[in-house]
Design a protein around this ligand. Structure first.
Ligand code: NAD
Length: 318
């Protein structure tokens, strides 16, 4: 057993700091993975929210084969220090504001076990700025999920020169043990990798709507019914490599490079002004066809779960 495998095997308790949209979803996944989950959230209704969330998420996690516990082991604490005291791994998902992140790191640092790793879910803040909240940030990393983390596999892992050797390996082993797919981000850039890719696509999606090229509903269809379906299976580089009929990505670049240059040159750089917000809201109202939030969110989750189940079956047969 490697050192990082041994460190992952020693994890019994996971601390969850901030249990809103992301933290409650993490708590569900960690509890399903068989860990004791110690939660801190200052909201008065925090415990009820998490318990409800876990109960709702549990059947989905069962369908995905991610439940390794008979019941969730959850405990709630009045302070962040208590919620991390017996944890070997801590996932922080407090609001995306640097002073709040710094404050909570200052509160937990004296209470942490020496081997504990603390990961932040932060979407846009830079690790080097968040590290300022620590006396010793060597066991503090970024582990950025996608909403909802108990369903979407990707976790982006990032440390830097102040991160202790081996910490990212342990985090990778921990998340993969919970059924996640991890990537390593080697350089700090705002938005990490995946949010930048989403942002690039959304920029052009907004441009197409505002230029009247297609409606909000049709631009969305052009993603989910077309390339989006392929992207959920493989990434753009591998897909374009396959698109050259066995001649590889080099040939694809030769053949289609000029076309891409022409398209890139004509792409927009919209600003998200109030007018853009109103135009998108009107387009979404049309695209909803009278359905409410719960019905559309339910369709999204059911299809994600169905797709992941189907992919697992295919993987097992390969
Ligand atoms: N929502 C997303 O799609 C998404 C995706 C990936 C990462 N993230 C990141 O996850 C983090 C949390 O985002 P969210 O969407 O869950 O926010 P949220 O507002 O839904 O939840 C934040 C929770 O933190 C609690 N909180 C407030 N102050 C706190 C404090 N001092 N200590 C502990 N808890 C505190 C709140 O009561 C709330 O329950 C952010 O850093 C965000 O960037 C969000």
């Amino acid at each position: 057993m490697s050192d990082s495998e041994a460190a992952v095997a020693k994890i019994e308790t996971v601390g969850v700091l901030g249990a809103g949209t992301i933290g409650a979803s993490w708590a569900s996944l960690f509890a399903a993975s068989g860990y004791q989950v110690d939660v801190y959230d200052p909201a008065p209704e925090g415990e009820a929210y998490v318990r409800d969330y876990v109960e709702t998420a549990w059947p989905s996690l069962e369908k995905l084969g991610l439940v390794k516990a008979s019941t969730p082991k959850l405990a709630f604490f009045a302070t962040p220090a208590e919620a991390v005291a017996r944890a070997q791994f801590v996932q922080e998902s407090v609001p995306e504001r640097l002073p709040i992140k710094h404050e909570i790191y200052g509160q937990i640092e004296p209470a942490l076990a020496p081997e504990a790793i603390v990961a932040t879910s932060a979407s846009g803040l830079l690790v080097r700025d968040m590290q300022q909240g620590w006396k010793d940030p060597s066991r503090f990393i970024l582990a950025h999920p996608f909403n909802p983390p108990h369903l979407i596999p990707l976790v982006e892992l990032l440390g830097n020169e102040r991160t202790a050797e081996g910490v990212l390996d342990v985090a990778q082993g921990f998340f993969e043990g919970c059924g996640k797919v991890t990537i390593r981000v080697h350089k700090e850039v705002p938005g990490h990798v995946s949010n930048r890719l989403q942002a690039a696509l959304w920029r052009e999606a907004i441009h197409l709507v505002m230029e009247g090229v297609a409606s909000v509903e049709d631009v969305d269809k052009a993603v989910w019914a077309g390339p989006g379906l392929r992207w959920s299976v493989m990434g753009p580089h591998m897909l374009f490599s396959l698109a050259s009929g066995g001649h590889g990505i080099g040939k694809f670049c030769e053949r289609y490079g000029d076309s891409f240059h022409t398209w890139w040159e004509s792409m927009g750089s919209p600003k998200i002004t109030p007018e853009v917000g109103e135009a998108l809201a009107a387009g979404i109202a049309d695209a909803e066809h009278g359905r409410d939030f719960a019905s559309i969110a339910g369709e999204r989750d059911a299809k994600i779960i169905g797709a992941l189940q189907a992919f697992r079956k295919v993987d097992e047969g390969l």
